[in-house]
Design a binder for this molecule. Structure first.
Ligand code: FAD
Length: 477
């Protein structure tokens, strides 16, 4: 544990007890020393701006964290694919390394063999992050739970309290953002790449052709099923293995977002009277045949490259899930940008609440970073910390740092959560090529590997030029 931590255990609120640190208005307060908070701190001090990092552990824990270390990995010890030429998360690794990221530096230092993935010795990794931040002269680490959002007079703040934000701070954020804008569970429906849907079977149409504009009348993609296909689908759904909630998670998700397999358990016909109802639709491929059931997909981003399967939030295990979903006519060759899930997860409706600087529109002295912004995963969370730390530090130095261009992995992600995603159906997202503006493979090369290479080549050039334009000259030490 860091030597510079004071004895702790008190719950702190910015309005009173934090007065003793709030005097440091030249420092950025970072709440939460996880993946995002640690990276944000590192980036800000790298630009010469002091930070005070508030972490509630070990004084107050969560059901998933086991230690008092910064940047604890709560579950898997993997940062996923390290392929920076053909994988979006590998590209994010590359960008974070390029930007001097502490999370990637420590991950590389403590990597263990894992094929093409980047897996780490979790204890050595967290110890390394904790030691590096504790030793930095511009970092002060305070142990204690922050229970209220700070006022503007108390200086700039980055809230990076993650999926398990403490209850009192969660309530304070909800009071600021409104009931609808902060969720405590996600309910993720699987998301499919548009170009992997078989349009010889699927068609665009909204039920009863509802809508004022052509775009609204064709807002949904429909995949029809006959009776035998429906019955086989329900059998597969019921038989598929499901994930359980982690110990300590409550199952309060049931209101309003029933998993599709739970609907099927309640009655084989229930999905057909719910999200799969076949009414108000005519299949142009077989106009004389009335489908027995219809699976609908809705655009998930403004680019139109991603579609989510409406009402299909699920706790089916990933392997089984892909298999079951590919039995849906039109989705036989579907590629999934992300599979469905339901987790305890505190996250904002970022497209509605945050500006492209990751600031709360209603209180711009407060930035958010990490999983609470609606990204998903260790790497994505750390990447949002990297940006928030740099942006906040730039602001302290009288500069304004624009987000990286949308052709980069970091830029695509921040662009998605702060505007590219549909606010009304916003759910957490991990990085994937569907978030990027389409890139054509050069010379007509069309296989998937070449297409992804076109994305990563373009991203690397754009990221380097953003870094060159916006790196400040004077690192602190
Ligand atoms: C059970 C579970 C399993 C997961 N498994 C994986 C996985 O296998 N792979 C993966 O990539 N992602 C996984 N995730 C998601 C993972 O949590 C994030 O990817 C990542 O840790 C998020 O980083 P973060 O910095 O936003 O939040 P965290 O890393 O959780 O950091 C937030 C920090 O804020 C602190 N904090 C909370 N409230 C307060 C407060 N009021 N005052 C002060 N400090 C506070 C917490 O103690 C914590 O240290 C999992 C999440 C959960 C809940």
């Amino acid at each position: 544990m860091p030597a510079r931590r004071p004895a702790a255990g008190r719950a702190l609120s910015f309005s009173g007890p934090l007065a003793y640190i709030a005097g440091m208005t030249n420092a950025i307060h970072i709440i939460g020393g996880g993946m995002a908070g640690s990276e944000a701190a590192w980036q800000a001090v790298g630009m010469g701006v002091p930070v005070i990092l508030h972490e509630m552990r070990p004084a107050r824990g969560t059901f998933a964290h086991k230690t008092g270390q910064l940047a604890e990995m709560v579950c898997s010890n993997s940062f996923r694919s390290d392929d920076d030429t053909g994988n979006a998360v590998g590209l994010l690794h590359w960008e974070m390394r390029r930007a001097g990221g502490l999370i990637m530096e420590m991950a590389d230092a403590h990597a263990i063999p894992a094929g093409g993935a980047l897996a780490v010795d979790r204890e050595a990794f967290a110890t390394g992050v904790t030691a590096r931040l504790s030793a930095h002269p511009l970092v002060t680490i305070r142990t204690g739970e922050i229970t209220a959002l700070p006022r503007a007079a108390e200086g700039p703040v980055i809230v990076a309290t993650g999926p398990l934000t403490s209850d009192s701070l969660g309530a304070a954020i909800r009071a600021e953002t409104g009931e609808e804008a902060l969720a405590f569970f996600d309910a993720i429906a699987p998301i499919v790449y548009a170009d992997s849907i078989d349009m010889s079977k699927a068609w665009f149409q909204s039920r009863y052709d509802k809508g004022e504009t052509e775009a609204e009348r064709t807002a949904y993609l429909n995949c029809p099923m006959d009776r035998a296909q429906y019955e086989a689908f329900i059998d597969a759904l019921l038989a598929a293995p499901k994930t359980e909630f982690h110990e300590g998670e409550t199952a309060g998700y049931f209101d309003g977002c029933l998993p599709i397999e739970v609907m099927a358990e309640r009655g084989r016909e229930t999905p057909r009277h719910g999200p799969m109802k076949p009414v108000g639709l005519t299949n142009p491929h077989q106009p004389g045949v009335k489908p027995w059931a219809v699976v609908q997909l809705r655009r998930d981003n403004k680019l139109g490259t991603l579609f989510n399967i409406v009402g299909f939030q699920t706790k089916m295990k990933y392997g089984a899930q892909a298999e079951v979903l590919r039995t849906i006519p039109g989705l036989e060759d579907a590629r999934f940008a992300r599979l469905g899930g339901i987790h305890r997860n505190t996250f904002l409706n970022a497209p509605r609440l945050l500006d492209p600087q990751l600031r709360l529109r209603s209180r711009p002295h407060i930035r958010f970073a990490g999983q609470i912004t609606g990204v998903e995963g260790y790497v994505e969370s750390a990447a949002m910390g990297l940006l928030a730390g740099r942006m906040a530090a730039a602001e302290m130095l009288g500069r304004s740092l624009p987000p990286p261009p949308p052709e980069t992995a970091m830029g695509a992600l921040v662009n998605h959560i702060t505007g590219g995603a549909e606010a009304r159906s916003f759910q957490p997202m991990n990085v994937n090529f569907g978030l990027f503006p389409p890139a054509d493979a050069r010379g007509g090369r069309r296989n998937r590997r070449d297409r992804y290479r076109a994305y990563t080549d373009r991203a690397k050039a754009a990221f380097d030029s953003w870094l060159a334009d916006w790196t400040l000259d004077e690192p602190a030490c």
